[in-house]
Design a protein around this ligand. Structure first.
Ligand code: GLN
Length: 422
């Protein structure tokens, strides 16, 4: 396949009937599938075959879906382009020659290319919304605690959620219906979504909806992206919504705070990959320290190593207060800002990504450029809130996504509003 969408193409058949009977689903390769390789896009887990299903995979099977493959991704979810995958880059079916976004780039590309009806990704700082925006499909980042993370290989566990992709809002919502809901195997799940009906919420009714536009999330964004964003807002206005500007002063610190927290959690989560407990082994040569170091040196790519080093530094004695604690303070401030803004508006709207899709290879040597592209998505993970990315149009032939953010467990509201644009 020219797009390099799947790492492993193996069909997993679900139950004979159910709400997703006849639907094909691509699953990001950091979500465990019993008996089917789950690599996280890493050489470290090239041979890893999980002995159990993630809760979301068990729910897909029960719902009658057919899993058609494990989708390519940035290594361990670390990236915005899917180019950090050990298994090579994925081309963007909606904009050939450009990245599909990341880290769930294979999942979004699978839906955009028609290789799957639906897909699952995970979103730690934007990894569902960014590829949805770049590939011109719909992606939902659920409220923290709505979807079980049991069987998701952890990157930044205080930030991440598994989320659905679909070609339409209704499709993505129907997949959310299947995966959402409390799970005794993940103590961070909550029961608030247990009775929700997301697919039925896709009515497109935005009459009277108050949209808040955080001015900070338009600053520094590409001109064509901003223009497309305002066109989408005008469309919502035509359908009965109104908008006003709101302010989220704390978001200027969000990218920094996100990366300190995500890298700190990653450095701790990835400690288990030492070639003995888990992962690639370079062989034992009589010295355990060197054995572990060799396994990690060979098994991890550059971006993962960079983050383990920075995260370990941020957590080390003497620097913990200076970096990690400060980032947690910023996180609390970001949460408070969102809560306040959401008392003044029903939903908050911004471009999902401040830039259109990068050309393949364009950002690989410039990690900072890649990190800064997460300016509009990472604040939402810091605040634990739900968000949806829906196609807003194009700039110079490249897809642009509109992001809507709502209050905790307000997914139905987001789905109702976003479906007005479809
Ligand atoms: N681009 C962000 C990062 O690299 C987000 C990744 C994600 O959500 N998994 O950390």
């Amino acid at each position: 396949m020219s797009e390099n969408i799947f790492i492993t193409e193996e069909r997993i058949e679900g139950a004979d009937d159910g709400p997703l009977a006849g639907k094909t689903v691509a699953v990001k390769d950091n979500i465990s599938t019993a008996g089917v390789r789950t690599t996280c896009g890493s050489k470290m887990l090239e041979e890893y075959v999980p002995p159990y299903d993630a809760t979301v995979v068990a729910r897909l099977k029960e719902a009658g879906a057919t899993i058609v493959g494990k989708a390519n991704m940035d290594e361990f979810g670390m990236g915005t382009t899917t180019e950090t995958s050990y298994f090579g880059e994925t081309d963007n079916p909606a904009a050939p020659g450009h990245v599909p976004g990341g880290s769930s780039g294979g999942s979004a590309a699978a839906v955009a290319a028609g290789e799957a009806d639906l897909a699952l990704g995970s979103d730690t700082g934007g990894s569902v919304r960014c590829p949805a925006a770049f590939c011109g499909v719909v992606g939902i980042k659920p409220t923290y605690g709505l979807v079980s993370r049991y069987g998701l290989v952890a990157y930044g566990n205080s930030l991440e959620q598994i989320g659905p992709f679909g070609e339409t809002v209704e499709d993505a919502a129907a997949l959310l219906d299947v995966i959402a809901g409390s799970d005794e195997r993940d103590a961070t799940t909550r029961s608030e979504g247990d009775d929700a009906n997301y697919a039925d919420a896709a009515t497109g009714d935005v009459d009277g909806l108050q949209i808040g536009v955080p001015t900070e999330l338009l600053e520094g964004a590409d001109e064509g992206v901003v223009e497309t964003f305002w066109d989408a807002i005008a469309e919502l206005e035509d359908k009965g919504a109104s908008y006003h500007e709101v302010s989220l002063p704390s978001v200027e610190h969000a990218v920094e705070a996100y990366y300190v927290i995500a890298m700190s959690e990653a450095s701790s989560n990835l400690a288990r990959f030492d070639g003995v407990r888990y992962g690639h082994s370079g062989g034992y040569d009589g010295n355990w320290n060197e054995t572990f170091a060799k396994a990690r040196e060979e098994g991890f790519g550059d971006e993962v190593k960079r983050r383990i080093l920075l995260g370990t530094y941020a957590l080390s004695a003497g620097y913990h207060d200076k970096y990690y604690k400060k980032a947690q303070d910023a996180r609390a401030w970001v949460k408070q800002d969102f809560d306040e803004a959401l008392t003044e508006a029903d939903v908050l709207a911004s471009p999902t990504m401040p830039v259109p899709p990068f050309e393949l290879g364009e950002s690989l040597d410039d990690p900072l450029k890649m990190y800064l592209a997460d300016a509009n998505t990472t604040p939402v993970n810091l605040a634990d809130l739900p968000a949806i990315s829906v196609p807003a149009g194009e700039t110079d032939g490249l897809p642009v996504g509109l992001q809507l953010v709502g209050p905790a467990f307000g997914e139905e509201r987001l789905i109702r509003a976003a479906s007005a644009l479809a």
